[in-house]
Design a protein around this ligand. Sequence first.
Ligand SMILES: NC(=O)c1ccc[n+]([C@@H]2O[C@H](COP(=O)([O-])OP(=O)(O)OC[C@H]3O[C@@H](n4cnc5c(N)ncnc54)[C@H](OP(=O)(O)O)[C@@H]3O)[C@@H](O)[C@H]2O)c1
Length: 323
Amino acid sequence: MVEASIPKKILLFGATGVIGKDIVDALVEAQSSFEKIGIFTSPGTAKSKADFIEKLKNSGVEVVVGDVNSAADVSKAYEGYDTVISVLGRNVLLAQVPLLSLAATSPTIHTFYPSEYGTDIEYNAASAAEKPHQMKLAVRKHIRENIDTAKLHITYLVTGPYSDLYIGKMHHDAAVEAGSFDVLGKKAVLLGTGQERASFTTMRDVGVLLVAALKTSTAEKERLLKVNSFTTTPNAILAEFERQTGGKWEARYTSLDKLKELEKQAWEGQSPISAVYTLRRIWTEGGTLYEGRDNGKIGEPGLETLEEQVRKQIQIQGGTLNG
Ligand SMILES: NC(=O)c1ccc[n+]([C@@H]2O[C@H](COP(=O)([O-])OP(=O)(O)OC[C@H]3O[C@@H](n4cnc5c(N)ncnc54)[C@H](OP(=O)(O)O)[C@@H]3O)[C@@H](O)[C@H]2O)c1
C-alpha cells in the first residue's frame, strides 16, 4: 500500500500572480506547520515585483530565481523541497508538463498540486469540449498517461469561481453584460434569471483550503477535492448589496441564451476575455454544483461568508455601508 507522504517543504510556482498571493499569504500564516516555504520566480518578476518579493523574504519565504522552462533551474530548485504547488497562469499551464516529469524523477518531491483552483474541468461529458479547459485537461492527461502517481501524489484543488471577482464591477465596459455589481452606481447586471445557484470560493479561502489540504494528505494517488466557501444566487448577492448599502439598486439581466450569443461572438472576434464568457455560462448552467462538497475531508476549515465578501467589495469600490 502507498504510504501518505506529509508535505513539509513547499515550493510554489506562480506565487506572484492573481491567486498566488493569497495562497502564499495562507502558507506564511500556517508557517509553523511546515519546515520550509519557497517560491520559484522569474528574473523579470523578481525585479518588477521587488517589494512583494522582499516582503516574502522578510516573512521567512525562500525565493528561488530561475527560468521555469529550464530543466536545470527547476531540478536544482526541487532539491530542497518535497512538495510542488503550481499556481501558474492560464497562458503557461503547459509548462507544468516538464515540471511534473521532473518532479516524478526527483529524489525529494513526493506531492504535486497542478494549477487548478477553478471550475471542475471534468464536471460532465460536455466539459471535454469547453475551450478554457483544454490546457488543464492536457495536464491531467499527461499525469494519467506518464506519471507514476504511486511515487508522485497529485491533488487537484477545485474551488469554483472566486466570489471576489464575480461580485466585482466589470471593468471592461464592453463586457458588462457578462455580469457586474457597481457599488457607487448602485447598478447590477445579473446572469440568467438571477435564481440559478452557484458555488463560490473567496480568494482568501483558496489559500486556507490549500493549507487544509496539505495538512490532511492521504495515500490517494490522484486526489480530487471539490471545495467552496458558499453557494448562492445572483439575486441573493444583489439583495445582500442592497441590505448593506441601504436602498434599491437598478438591476437588469443577461439571459442564458444572450450569454451564449455573447460568448460565441467573443470567441469569433478573438476577444481576450472569451474565456470569461464561457466560464460564466458554465457557472450559470449549474457547473459548480455537486451532490456534496469535500470541505469535510480536509477538516472543514472556517471560511468566509457572502455577507463578509459583500462588505469587503463595498469597501474595495469605495462605497458606504448602511448604518
Ligand atoms: N476560479 C477563478 O475564478 C479563477 C480566477 C483566476 C485564476 N484562476 C486559476 O488560478 C490559476 C492561476 O491563475 P492566475 O490568474 O493567478 O495566474 P497569473 O496571475 O496569470 O500568473 C501567475 C504566475 O504565473 C507565471 N506566469 C504567468 N504568465 C507567464 C508567462 N507568460 N511566462 C512565464 N511565467 C508566467 C508568473 O509567475 P512568476 O513571474 O513569478 O514566475 C505569474 O505571476 C490558474 O489555474 C487559473 O485558471 C481561477
